[in-house]
Design a binder for this molecule. Sequence first.
Ligand SMILES: Nc1ncnc2c1ncn2[C@@H]1O[C@H](COP(=O)(O)OP(=O)(O)OP(=O)(O)O)[C@@H](O)[C@H]1O
Ligand SMILES: [Mg+2]
Length: 384
Amino acid sequence: MADHDDLTSDSAPPWEEEPAERDENTADIFGAPPAEPVAAPAVVAPTPVAVEAPSDPDAAYTVLARKYRPRTFEDLIGQEAMVRTLANAFSSGRIAHAFMLTGVRGVGKTTTARLLARALNYETDTVHQPSVDLTVDGRHCKSIIEGRHMDVLELDAASRTKVDEMRELLDGVRYAPVEARYKVYIIDEVHMLSTAAFNALLKTLEEPPPHAKFIFATTEIRKVPVTILSRTQRFDLRRVEPDVLVKHFDRIAAKEGARVDADGLALIARAAEGSVRDGLSLLDQAIVQADRGATVSAAVIRDMLGLADRGHPGRFPRPVGFRGRSGGGDAGSAGPLPRFGRGQGLGARRPDPAQGTGRPPGRHRGPYLGRHPVAPVADVAEGP
Ligand SMILES: Nc1ncnc2c1ncn2[C@@H]1O[C@H](COP(=O)(O)OP(=O)(O)OP(=O)(O)O)[C@@H](O)[C@H]1O
Ligand SMILES: [Mg+2]
């Protein structure tokens, strides 16, 4: 009945409610003013990036790894060689058009990519050229950090692997930046792109317009075609040394008003296997182990990491089917173990000489599984 009422009501049928097509620049034939211009939709929406933690204590908790994302190149720990090279390139005006940042998980690739985007577009009232000194926020810094700058486009290759998506992105490359100096394309996890998408990228990467810069980040450099690699300037981000990590965690714990035993911090640093993010996640977990104001002891952290019992396989589970050298038992004595790349599970892989660049000699003998390394239990348990 209701339907019937609707049909017989005075309201116009749906096809008459649709706005009539008309030229927006001409006046209405009945004298109405021209229609408001409609804003053109952005081709690629930038992915929101991490923002500083809100100071409101009631606001949602931000994990330490996000809260302490470096805001300047000086804040980056353990990557001095890369920072020095970049600083020299910037000061001499020899800035590459494409950068490839590689290294294991959580050593600062995405962070560096965003810092680079800011450095390339750095501008203040007195500075009118790219600069790696980001101590004072430039005109574009805030919006780049918040992931809403029109000229800095961040693409997660892991979720946009297809060639059509790459073509859509590349279509926009020829247009000049709207307000910044350079149009910066950050392509994270670039190894996930399909072969066709990589091929679509080749031509632009060979001769990009002068206003375009590309920054790629990947944990799996071997999966990136050599044709792409040879068109980029490569930076290998290193695993961070345990003593550097300890100092970093100590500073952060102090800022958080938490007390953590020095031996406990050393245990966390060793378990992190050179990854700052892994270490900060463990620190996050450690801080809540003690009551507010009390010190988190090394014993508690040892327990948390699963090291109290030497026979325990460690904090992170071993891959299904993994037997170590003698089929289990003392994980700490499990000799030279296979290493797995990110998300690779048990895929048989040879050790990668390229990955070795960031690995201090004689360390990190344990395998790692993507973001969750199997802690080298023997190393940690026999630690400092
Ligand atoms: N070199 C570093 N110095 C200081 N903090 C770091 C560094 N590297 C990583 N971090 C911390 O780890 C967090 C994650 O870093 P980032 O996202 O840059 O890692 P990533 O190398 O891109 O890792 P993934 O390969 O997993 O994407 C940062 O927010 C920061 O807190
Ligand atoms: Mg990253």
